[in-house]
Each structure stands twice: as C-alpha cells, then as structure tokens.
Design a protein around this ligand. Structure first.
Ligand code: MG
Ligand code: ZN
Length: 174
C-alpha cells in the first residue's frame, strides 16, 4: 500500500484566479513551492496525487480538452523545472448541484485514487487552501493541512502558510 500526498491545484500548485477559472496554459502560473518539494516528496516515498474541482467545465468556460491540455503542459513544466511530475491527476468537472460525489468537499476523488493506486488513506495527507479540501481529506480519513495566509478558522489538523511549510511539517513527522 502506498502513502499519498493529495494536493489541491489552484492556490497550492498554481496561482488561484480569484472569482474566475484558469482556462488556458497562458493563465496557469506555477507558485513557488511545488518544484522545490516534489523531488523530496518522491525521494521520501510519497505518491503524489492532484485532486482539483474544475467547475469551469460545467459552466462552459472551458472544455474538458482545455483542462487536459493545461495538465499536460503543467506536467511538462514540472519535469523541465525539477525532473519530476505528479503521479496521478483527478478532477471534478461538475457543477455544485450535480451531487456527483467527486466535487470537494466530497471525498470521491481521494477514494477513487486510493482504489486505483492502492493508497492507504489513513497514512496519507490532504493539502489544500480551502476548507472544502480539508473536509474532503477528513471524509477520506486522511490527515489534513490547510494553507492560508491569515489565521482563518479551520478544521484541519495543521495550518501553514505555504506548500514549502506543509512539506517541512510532513517531512518532520517521518
Ligand atoms: Mg484551491
Ligand atoms: Zn464531480
């Protein structure tokens, strides 16, 4: 069984567009943190899984093909910058009211990833910048780390300011 780091995308891997969606590669801006930490995550034996809500597809702001292209370019860019890419990518293209089971705060994407990749959820972590990420992580039985600037109230096990800090925390536990 693998242990995984489930990573939210917007606000963790790349800069979040407040009030909008990243609809093309031109709008995708890697945040500092992932290229510095991904090689270390892999070296320590963590399986890395992107879990992202992409409701912009349901809203018709982009196509599923646009999203797949963004993710392909993201993986290329990660490989180019740090020699590593994310091990798996799961996304929810649905609308809030769709009751799909995969849209965070539902834990569906984490449960699917665990089934597909033999992941031990209780030995895994969900890292995200929204409380819905934390809820999904808790629902799947993972440890949870919230990345946020301000001291917002959170149900997460830990609260940090950056992905770098989240990784320091995890690396210090094992
Ligand atoms: Mg986010
Ligand atoms: Zn969904």
């Amino acid at each position: 069984m693998k242990r995984a780091l489930f990573l939210d995308r917007d606000g963790v891997i790349n800069r979040r567009i407040v009030g909008g969606y990243v609809r093309s590669w031109e709008e995708f801006e890697l945040l500092p943190g992932i290229t510095e930490t991904l090689p270390a995550m892999h070296a320590a034996g963590w399986f890395t899984v992107l879990v992202t809500n992409q409701r912009g597809i349901a809203l018709g702001q982009m196509s599923e093909r646009d999203l797949l292209e963004i993710h392909e370019r993201m993986q290329q860019e990660l490989r180019r910058q740090c020699g590593h890419e994310l091990d798996a990518i799961y996304y929810c293209p649905h609308e809030k009211g769709d009751a799909c089971g995969c849209r965070k705060p539902q834990p569906g994407m984490l449960l699917d990833a665990a089934r597909d990749n033999e992941i031990n959820l209780s030995a895994s972590w969900m890292i995200g910048d929204s409380e819905s990420d934390i809820e999904a992580g808790r629902g799947a039985g993972c440890g949870t780390i919230r990345i946020a600037d301000a001291d917002e109230p959170t149900a997460a096990d830990h609260h940090v300011r950056s992905l770098l800090e989240a990784w320091s925390l995890i690396a210090g536990f094992v």
